[in-house]
Unconditional design. Structure first.
Length: 595
């Protein structure tokens, strides 16, 4: 059972190492696809492997914002491929990934997701779902402090009321949106949405209001050039202006505007406008002509709507096909995972073998260092014995010379007493005395020189012994740390630190057991954080986990904290130990106390 746990723990470690290797590349890939989306890239089926890999990776390794972004981008690919059901499913899952309680929640992306859902619901004639998506897009745009985007979302409610044929609500939403745009400096945006109330005013016969709205639209929307021509694709406006001219009996001006409408490609509106002119002028031939053309354009419009419905049905079929492909890919993935597990177990076996070899070499090196240390001590002791012998020889010779000098002095005394008899020998005796004194001085000087040389030799051997002693202690410390990492309590923390979802965090007993084992193996480090500074419990536990090599994510899991809490604990511990209010330098400041 222990071997199985060990293999699983090592497998998790290898998985994390591999994921760390790919982490930066996957985030760069996510950012690249996101930039393509912002650049309005039209995604095709060729993008599916990329977005699928992003979803699979960040579902297991990413934060809430990254998981949401990956699913959103997958939805955008299916959206552009015309697979509306799959796109909606991806968008819905993306909104579920968002953690709206966090300050760093990506509300901009969340609002954009609901914006895409609005488009799909509108095309599928689902007004209730569309209204809910609009309200959520408006809510999160305000959360993102993007007021103009929130107003734009609110304005989209006109699409819902259009499906419900509620022109009063459409007019109210548009008028309210115009007010809000103007309050926040969006005058051009306010003018651009006046096309809807213009059409409603004309339909109701409120021509004065329609005229006033058209004046604002032409002056402030930014859709018209210096010659008064509207931008390409917006020629439908000429139809509404033509209808206004028709109401004022300006038939020729109305005909010119309706022809501009036809030129812009809006055939149904253009033919309808011309039909209205000739009906009012009572031209039967023209009425027949444009009635037929209007009917044909109307039929074409109907066929286009019908084709859209067929396309949506096809999308549902494609969705079922994709589900079958997904099931097949899942079975393949299970087979690949089994192969990966077998390969990983073989790798683990190799790692264990290599580790045992390295450990054996380390023991041999420690043994050799111990022998070298003993040899150096023996040489040091021999040098000290030689020094003691030199001191003894010096004392013996000094005593002999002092005895001889005393004898000479006695001779001189006797010679003085017999001066008359020994005048001839006096000078010789004095010379002999002087020579003996000089010889004694030379001997003392040589002795001092020999002593200094021996002291230097002893100092050299002491330094070498000190270095060997340091290496021995260092290697014993490394061996002791390796021994600690083999302990049951460290393995318990190591396995829990590798789990992304710890069901039961370490108990107080677990922490006490870890502390006792840590104090016995890391004496200097423990004394620094516990005895010299008396850190509080959470700061002390944080420093212990840092010394044991756990990363920020593992520390967060083991201490049952979120990322922000771990960051604050690092700042407090750094301040308590080193007087620095900075989380990032704590580990570097602690390293000098690791041994």
């Amino acid at each position: 059972m222990k071997n199985v746990k060990y293999i699983l723990a090592t497998l998790l470690t290898l998985t994390m190492l591999l994921s760390c290797t790919d982490e930066e590349a996957m985030r760069q890939r996510l950012d690249y696809v996101s930039q393509c989306n912002r650049a309005d890239t039209v995604f095709s089926e060729a993008w599916l492997p990329t977005v699928d890999s992003l979803v699979n990776y960040f579902n297991h390794n990413g934060n809430a914002n990254e998981r949401m972004m990956a699913l959103y981008l997958k939805g955008r690919v299916h959206h552009d491929m015309g697979e509306a059901p799959i796109a909606l499913e991806c968008y819905q899952k993306a909104t579920e990934m968002a953690d709206t309680t966090r300050k760093d929640c990506d509300f901009h992306t969340l609002a954009a997701i609901y914006g895409q859902m609005i488009d799909l619901y509108h095309r599928q004639f689902l007004p209730d779902d569309e209204m809910k998506a609009i309200e959520m897009a408006e809510k999160y745009a305000y959360k993102n402090k993007d007021t103009l985007a929130a107003i734009t979302a609110f304005r989209l409610k006109t699409g819902v009321y259009f499906h419900r044929n509620d022109t009063d609500s459409m007019l109210y939403v548009t008028q309210r949106s115009v007010e809000l745009y103007r309050q926040h400096g969006g005058n051009h945006l306010a003018a651009q949405i006046l096309i809807l109330p213009i059409s409603i005013y004309l339909h109701r016969g409120q021509y004065q209001q329609a005229w006033e709205a058209m004046q604002v639209y032409e002056k402030e929307s930014g859709f018209f050039d210096e010659k008064g021509n509207i931008l390409e694709g917006k020629e439908l406006y000429y139809y509404y202006k033509g209808m206004y001219c028709l109401s004022q009996n300006k038939h020729d001006e109305a005909i010119a505007l309706f022809r501009k409408t036809l030129k812009g490609g809006f055939l149904e509106a253009g033919y309808k406008g011309l039909l209205s002119v000739y009906e009012k002028k009572h031209y039967p031939d023209s009425i027949a002509k444009y009635a037929r053309l209007f009917a044909n354009a109307n039929d074409d419009s109907y066929r286009e709507v019908e084709q859209n419905v067929i396309h949506q049905t096809s999308a549902l079929y494609n969705y079922s096909r994709q589900q079958k492909l997904a099931d097949e890919n899942s079975r393949k993935a299970q087979t690949n995972r089994l192969i990966a597990i077998v390969v990983t177990i073989l790798g683990i076996t190799t790692i264990i073998f290599v580790y045992s070899k390295i450990k054996k070499k380390a023991r041999q090196k420690i043994k050799q260092l111990s022998l070298d240390y003993e040899t150096s001590l023996n040489q040091l002791y021999a040098a000290k014995d030689n020094l003691r012998l030199l001191n003894y020889d010096h004392e013996v010779k000094n005593q002999q010379m002092e005895s001889e000098i005393q004898e000479l002095k006695d001779v001189i005394v006797r010679a003085n007493q017999e001066k008359n008899m020994l005048d001839e020998n006096m000078n010789e005796l004095q010379q002999r005395l002087s020579d003996l004194i000089d010889e004694q001085k030379e001997m003392s000087a040589q002795f001092k020189k020999d002593i200094r040389n021996k002291e230097k030799e002893i100092a050299k051997w002491q330094e070498k012994a000190k270095d060997l002693d340091h290496q021995l202690v260092l290697n014993k410390g490394i061996n002791k740390e390796a021994e600690f990492r083999e302990s049951i309590i460290f393995k318990k923390f190591e396995v829990r630190g590798l789990s992304k979802r710890v069901i039961v965090p370490p108990t107080d007993k677990d922490w006490n057991d870890l502390t006792e084992a840590f104090r016995a193996h890391f004496i200097r480090y423990y004394a620094f954080i516990a005895q010299e500074h008396h850190l509080p419990v959470n700061q002390f536990r944080l420093c212990v986990l840092i010394r044991l090599g756990f990363n920020n994510e593992q520390i967060r899991i083991l201490m049952d904290k979120d990322t922000q809490q771990v960051y604050r604990l690092k700042k407090l511990a750094n301040y308590s130990l080193f007087g620095t209010q900075d989380a990032s330098t704590l580990e570097e400041n602690l390293k000098p106390y690791y041994r």
